[in-house]
Design a binder for this molecule. Structure first.
Ligand SMILES: CC(=O)SCCNC(=O)CCNC(=O)[C@H](O)C(C)(C)COP(=O)(O)OP(=O)(O)OC[C@H]1O[C@@H](n2cnc3c(N)ncnc32)[C@H](O)[C@@H]1OP(=O)(O)O
Ligand SMILES: O=CC(=O)O
Ligand SMILES: [Mg+2]
Length: 525
C-alpha cells in the first residue's frame, strides 16, 4: 500500500479508512513514538519473561512501596468525578452510538479485550472514534437510523496492551507496538478537539504488570503532550489492575502515573487469567472450574479490597468490574435471574467501597445504577472513611478451593473453540450461553486447560485428567459442534489453535498473540 513514510510502511491491501485515518502527520507521530519508546517497551517485555522464570522456580511476588515521602496525584476533572456506571464495548459504529446514548456516565470504547484487531476493525474503530468525538457519527441498519443524543456518556479509549504488535505497520524490520499505534492515532487526531469541548483525552490502560510499565506510559503521555503542544497533564488515565503482579505494587503504579491517573478498575477476568498464567507451574495455585471462581472467592475479595483502599488513600476512584451476564431474550424467568446476578454483583461492589462499575450491555445500565445509588448517594465514595484492614500477600496468593469437573473441562473447550472462531472472523465480544465472552475470558479457559492437563489434575469424579482423558472430553465437545461449522476454516483454525495452546510443552503467555498470527494471515482478510 502506498501510504507511508520512507521509514514506515503500511503492509496491507488498500483500505478506504486507511487513507483518512493514517494521514502523513499521524504516521510521522507514530514513527516518532516508535523511535522514542519501542526499545524500552521491548525491555519491559523481556523483564516479564525474566520474572516468569522466578515464578516457575516457586518464587512469589512481594509488596512494593513508594520511597518518596510526600506526593499527590493530579486532580480528577469534573466529567470524570462521577463514574457510577461505565458501559464498555468494541469500537463498532452502531455500538458506539448505542453506548454513548445509553445513560451510562462514561463509555469505554474498546480497542482491546472486546475488539478483534483485524486491520479493518482497528482503522474503522479509529474512524468511529474520530466521528464520535466530533458528534458526527450516524449509522443505518434495517431501516433504523442511529444518531447521538444531545447529552452523551463521557468517552474513554482503551488501547491494546504492551505485548501486542500492529503487524500492518512496519518500521524497518519492526512491527509497531499496538499500544503506541492505538494511543498515537487516538491522541493525535482527537486530543485538542476533546479539550476544546471541555473534556479531554481519557484512556484506560490495560494489563499493566508493574510500576515500570506505568512509568513507561507516563513518559509516553508527557512526551506526546509536549509534542503536539497540549497543556501538561491533559491526559487522564484509569489503570486496569488486572494482573496479579500489579496488585503487589498498586501504590507504586499510582505514583509513577501521578500526573495522569484518576482511577483504577478491577479487571477481574484478566486478573484470574494472570493468576493462572504467572503460577502455572505451581500445583498449589490451581484454580477450580472457571464458573466457581467468584468475586467472593477470598483471593479475589482481598484483591478488590486492596484496590479500593489504595485508590481512596490517594484520592482516586476505584471502579468495579464486569459481570458477564447479558439479557436473555425470550425467556423471562432466566432473564430475571441474569439481571438479579448483575444486581447482586453491583451491590457487593458498592458496599465494598467501589465508586462505580462496568456493564456490558445497555440494558444493564439501569440495574447497575439502581444498585449503586441505593448505597451511594454522592458522586463517588472518596469522602467515606477508608478501611484500615491489613491485606496480606498470602491473602492475595491463596488459590480458591473447589473442584475441577469434566463439565468444567468441556465448557472451557467449547468456549475456547467458539470464541476463537468468532474472533478470527472479526468479532471480539461474543454472547455464548447468555454470557459476554471476550479475549480475557478465553485466556482463562485455555490457560486452565493447559494447567489441568499438564498437572493431570484430580477431578471431582476421582479420575485424573490425563492426555487421553482430555482427548476424550474434547471429542465429546467436537461431536456437538454442528457439521456445517466443522467445514468452516475459522472453526478448524480455532480447534487447531486450542490444541497448540493446550498441548504446548511450555505455557504460551497470550493465546491472542498466537491467534493474531492467523488473523493477519492473508486468507482471513
Ligand atoms: C473482560 C472485559 O474486558 S469486559 C469489557 C470488554 N467487553 C465488552 O465491552 C463487551 C461489550 N458487550 C458486547 O459486545 C455485546 O453486549 C455482546 C456481543 C456481548 C452482545 O451483543 P448483542 O448480541 O448485539 O446483544 P443484543 O442483541 O442483546 O443487543 C441489543 C442491542 O444492544 C446493543 N448493545 C449490546 N451491547 C452493547 C454495548 N456494550 N454497547 C453498546 N450497544 C450494545 C446492540 O448493538 C443492540 O443494538 P440494536 O438493538 O440497536 O440493534
Ligand atoms: O478488562 C477487564 C477484564 O476483566 O479483564
Ligand atoms: Mg482485561
Amino acid at each position: 500500500m502506498s501510504l507511508g513514510l520512507k521509514e514506515l510502511q503500511i503492509d496491507a491491501t488498500p483500505n478506504a479508512h486507511a487513507s483518512k485515518i493514517l494521514s502523513p502527520d499521524v504516521l510521522q507521530f507514530l514513527l516518532t513514538l516508535h523511535k522514542e519508546f519501542n526499545e524500552r517497551r521491548l525491555f519491559l517485555l523481556r523483564e516479564r519473561e525474566r520474572q516468569q522464570q522466578d515464578f516457575n522456580r516457586g518464587v512469589f511476588p512481594k509488596f512494593k512501596t513508594v520511597a518518596a515521602k510526600s506526593w499527590k496525584v493530579t486532580a480528577i476533572p469534573l466529567d470524570l468525578q462521577q463514574r457510577t456506571v461505565e458501559i464498555t464495548g468494541p469500537a463498532d459504529r452502531k455500538m458506539i452510538i448505542n453506548a454513548l446514548n445509553s445513560e451510562a456516565n462514561t463509555f469505554m470504547v474498546d480497542l482491546e479485550d472486546s475488539l478483534s484487531p483485524t486491520w479493518h476493525n482497528v482503522l474503522q474503530g479509529q474512524q468511529n472514534i474520530f466521528d464520535a468525538v466530533r458528534g458526527k457519527i450516524d449509522y443505518e441498519e434495517n431501516g433504523k437510523s442511529y444518531r447521538l443524543k444531545e447529552e452523551t456518556a463521557v468517552l474513554i479509549v482503551r488501547p491494546r496492551g504492551l505485548h501486542l504488535q500492529e503487524s500492518h505497520v512496519l518500521i524497518g524490520e519492526d512491527e509497531i507496538a499496538a499500544s503506541l499505534f492505538d494511543f498515537g492515532i487516538f491522541f493525535f487526531k482527537n486530543a485538542k478537539h476533546l479539550l476544546s469541548k471541555g473534556t479531554g483525552p481519557y484512556l484506560y490502560l490495560p494489563k499493566l504488570e508493574d510500576a515500570a510499565e506505568a512509568a513507561w506510559w507516563a513518559e509516553v503521555f508527557h512526551f506526546s503532550e509536549r509534542h503536539i503542544g497540549l497543556p501538561p497533564e491533559s491526559i487522564k488515565a484509569t489503570v486496569l489492575a488486572e494482573t496479579i503482579t500489579a496488585s503487589f505494587q498498586l501504590a507504586p503504579i499510582i505514583f509513577e502515573l501521578r500526573n495522569y491517573i484518576v482511577g483504577i478498575n478491577c479487571g477481574r477476568w484478566d486478573y484470574i487469567f494472570s493468576y493462572i498464567k504467572k503460577f502455572h507451574s505451581q500445583e498449589d495455585c490451581m484454580l477450580p472450574d472457571r464458573n466457581t471462581v467468584l468475586m467472593s472467592s477470598p483471593f479475589m475479595e482481598a484483591y478488590t479490597s486492596l484496590v479500593i483502599q489504595t485508590c481512596h488513600r490517594h484520592g482516586i476512584l476505584a471502579i468495579g468490574g464486569m459481570a458477564a451476564q447479558i439479557p436473555i431474550k425470550g425467556d423471562d424467568a432466566r432473564n430475571d435471574i441474569a439481571f438479579e446476578k448483575v444486581r447482586l454483583d453491583k451491590v457487593r461492589e458498592v458496599q465494598a467501597g467501589h465508586d462505580g462499575t462496568w456493564v456490558a450491555h445497555p440494558a444493564m445500565v439501569a440495574v447497575a445504577r439502581e444498585a449503586f445509588e441505593s448505597y451511594m448517594t454522592t458522586a463517588n465514595q472518596l469522602q467515606k472513611p477508608i478501611s484500615n484492614r491489613v491485606i496480606t500477600e498470602h491473602e492475595l496468593l491463596q488459590a480458591n478451593l473447589g473442584e475441577v469437573t469434566a463439565a468444567g473441562v468441556m465448557d472451557n473447550i467449547h468456549l475456547s473453540i467458539t470464541y476463537l472462531s468468532r474472533w478470527l472472523k472479526g468479532q471480539g465480544a461474543v454472547a455464548i450461553n447468555h454470557l459476554m465472552e471476550d479475549a480475557a475470558t478465553v485466556e482463562i479457559a485455555r490457560a486452565q486447560l493447559w494447567q489441568w492437563r499438564r498437572n493431570h489434575v484430580f477431578m471431582a469424579d476421582g479420575q485424573r485428567l490425563t492426555a487421553q482423558h482430555y482427548k476424550e472430553l474434547k471429542e465429546q465437545v467436537l461431536q456437538k459442534i454442528p457439521a456445517v461449522d466443522l467445514l468452516d476454516t475459522h472453526t478448524n483454525t480455532a480447534i487447531a489453535l486450542l490444541e497448540e495452546l493446550v498441548t504446548a510443552r511450555e505455557f504460551i503467555p497470550f493465546a491472542i498473540s498466537l491467534a493474531y498470527k492467523k488473523l493477519t494471515d492473508e486468507k482471513f482478510n
